[in-house]
Design a protein around this ligand. Structure first.
Ligand SMILES: Nc1ncnc2c1ncn2[C@@H]1O[C@H](COP(=O)(O)OP(=O)(O)O)[C@@H](O)[C@H]1O
Ligand SMILES: [Mg+2]
Length: 247
């Protein structure tokens, strides 16, 4: 028997007062794939990932995980299903250090009854986690407010790794990064793929999309206009779909 797709949407639609943000989008993602989600501004990319992340409820249609229908009403519903999303703003706590951000909501206690934190263990685990992901930071005690854009991204990704996500969604992760930081981020995506995670990545940068994805989905005005294996298409064709829609 064939295993069902890890994520599937069937006729997913989202309407905002008078605006069709998503128009009957059906996609089916196999576990372990890296999927690029592309399209012009306003195409519906963020709306789709917000539905997958439990940030928005669909107006119509269905979402299935491993073949089972799910109804997310809150981001915690997605997290419970091991779906973690990193938005452009990263949602890190500026006034906390790297370890505190990585462990936020997943703290280890020396004595859970007395709520005594096991900081030593959390620092060493954070260092290991970062090392395993090939991330270099000056110190796991560094406050997030002092980090570069790439180090912040890395911290957000370490948090996702700590949370044990199976599905990682990245909305425009390289938009604010320099060349080297983009390189590191793409390496991290590949590291996650090696670990068997399923990744959905939104990006405007065709070069990045073609480098890391197995598959590319194009949205235009809320509609799915192309769904191609990366190896079977090229940047010109994808850009054509983005601009002209379905041929
Ligand atoms: N909260 C909202 N209220 C009203 N319209 C929205 C809202 N969020 C998104 N939209 C509209 O839905 C469409 C798709 O937006 P979005 O998913 O953000 O596109 P993308 O991420 O591809 O740029 C756009 O026309 C946008 O203006
Ligand atoms: Mg967007």
């Amino acid at each position: 028997m064939q295993t069902p797709p890890i994520v599937e949407t069937v006729g997913l639609s989202k309407y905002f007062k008078g605006v069709v943000a998503l128009d009957q989008v059906s996609i089916s993602i196999t576990a372990g794939q890296v999927v690029g989600l592309v399209g012009d501004n306003g195409a519906g990319k963020s709306t789709l990932v917000k539905i997958l992340s439990g940030d928005l409820e669909p107006s119509a249609g269905q979402m299935l995980l491993n073949g089972e229908p799910v109804h997310f009403r809150h981001p915690r519903d997605a997290k419970k299903n091991q779906i973690e999303t990193i938005y452009q703003d990263l949602a890190l706590c500026e006034n906390l250090n790297i370890m505190e951000n990585v462990f936020l909501g997943h703290e280890s206690y020396r004595n859970p009854f007395l709520r005594l934190l096991d900081r030593r263990r959390m620092y060493s685990e954070t260092a290991q986690l970062l090392k395993g992901l090939g991330i270099r930071v000056p110190s796991t005690r560094e406050l997030v407010m002092n980090l570069s854009g790439g180090q912040r991204q890395a911290t957000a990704l370490a948090r996702v790794a700590k949370a044990g996500a199976k599905i990682v969604i990245l909305d425009e992760p390289t938009a604010a990064l320099g060349v080297n930081e983009t390189r590191n981020l793409l390496d991290l995506v590949m590291r996650f793929k090696e670990q068997g995670k399923t990744i959905i990545i939104i990006s405007h940068e065709m070069r990045d999309v073609f480098e890391v994805t197995d598959r590319i989905i194009v949205l235009k005005r809320g509609e799915l206009v192309a769904d191609k294996f990366t190896a079977e298409t090229d940047p010109d064709e994808i850009v054509r779909y983005i601009i002209r829609g379905r041929e």
